[in-house]
Design a protein around this ligand. Structure first.
Ligand code: B12
Length: 214
């Protein structure tokens, strides 16, 4: 078993936008015996720190983008697609996406990866998903859950618009709508009539499981 990589070195790889190094740290974290979620912790701290530097004007958008790509490279290794493996033991069907106008997808990808790893069948529509596309997927796929991610205060309002559209089109009864993303709160979820909110991917899985059992 190899040694666990130094979290400071992981952080630096993400801040440098070094996807190759980030991926190799992800691999060595797993080889050292860490669970994927444990291994992810320093990567999440690093991408949040990149956001802080961006906030302070010390990082520019292309640098943030490089950091995000390095983060995704690590996530691809930590959470390879388990959809095929989990399809036969599906606990429920999920249609997921980042809402219209919003291109952030790291958090949504993580929620999808953990739901998939926990036996849910996940149809990931990607990022900047139009409200009409969510409606069409709800009609076609008949999911048990819609997972709506929003990272911008300007796009979280589209979560409400989609819930209103689902209600108007009489599609709300058979699908539970889960909302999340950094600016989203449980108060917001209640205000817009969502079925649930969770602050992170692990608790998103707990939430979906508890709603299925309710
Ligand atoms: C990486 C990043 C980017 C990357 C995104 C790359 C990608 N492919 O995803 C890039 C560089 C492209 C980017 C672009 C922009 N960004 Co940006 N970005 C970030 C940053 C640094 C990190 C986001 C992230 O990945 N976090 C790590 C993941 C793991 O966490 P998460 O997304 O919160 O997800 C977790 C939970 O929220 C939850 N969750 C997420 N979704 C869901 C859904 C459900 C249903 C549930 C239950 C839970 C859940 O579980 C996840 C895992 O634990 C944040 C800063 C921050 N602190 O959040 C800014 C931030 C979100 N960005 C911001 C801004 C302003 C922008 C831009 C407008 C910048 C610009 N001037 O162009 C553009 C937006 C373009 C657009 N239209 O979308 C602001 C938003 C401010 C606001 N209040 O609206 C932030 C907060 C930075 C800041 N402080 O200014 N960004």
């Amino acid at each position: 078993m190899s040694t666990t990589p130094n979290p400071e070195e992981i952080k630096q790889a993400i801040l440098d936008g070094n996807a190759e190094l980030a991926a190799s740290f992800a691999t060595s974290s797993l080889q050292s015996g860490l669970e994927p979620l444990q291994a992810l912790t320093p990567f999440i701290e690093a991408i949040r720190h990149a956001g802080y530097l961006f906030d302070q004007g010390e990082f520019f958008l292309p640098q943030l983008l490089m950091s995000a790509k390095a983060m995704q490279a690590a996530m691809d290794l930590l959470f390879p697609d388990k959809a095929a493996a989990s399809a036969h033991l599906s606990r429920g069907k999920v249609v997921a996406g980042t809402i219209q106008g919003d291109t952030h997808e790291i958090g949504k990808n993580l929620v999808c990866a953990l739901l998939s790893a926990n036996g849910f069948e996940v149809i990931d529509l990607g990022a900047n998903v139009s409200l009409d596309r969510f409606i069409a997927a709800t009609v076609d796929q008949k999911p048990d859950f819609l997972v709506l991610s929003a990272l911008l205060t300007t796009t979280m309002v589209n979560q409400k618009k989609l819930i209103d559209m689902l209600t108007e089109q009489d599609l709300r009864k058979n699908v539970r709508v889960l909302v999340g993303g950094a600016p989203v709160t449980s108060d917001w979820a209640a205000e817009i009539g969502a079925d649930g909110y969770a602050p992170d991917a692990a608790r998103a899985v707990d939430l979906a499981v508890s709603l299925l059992e309710a």
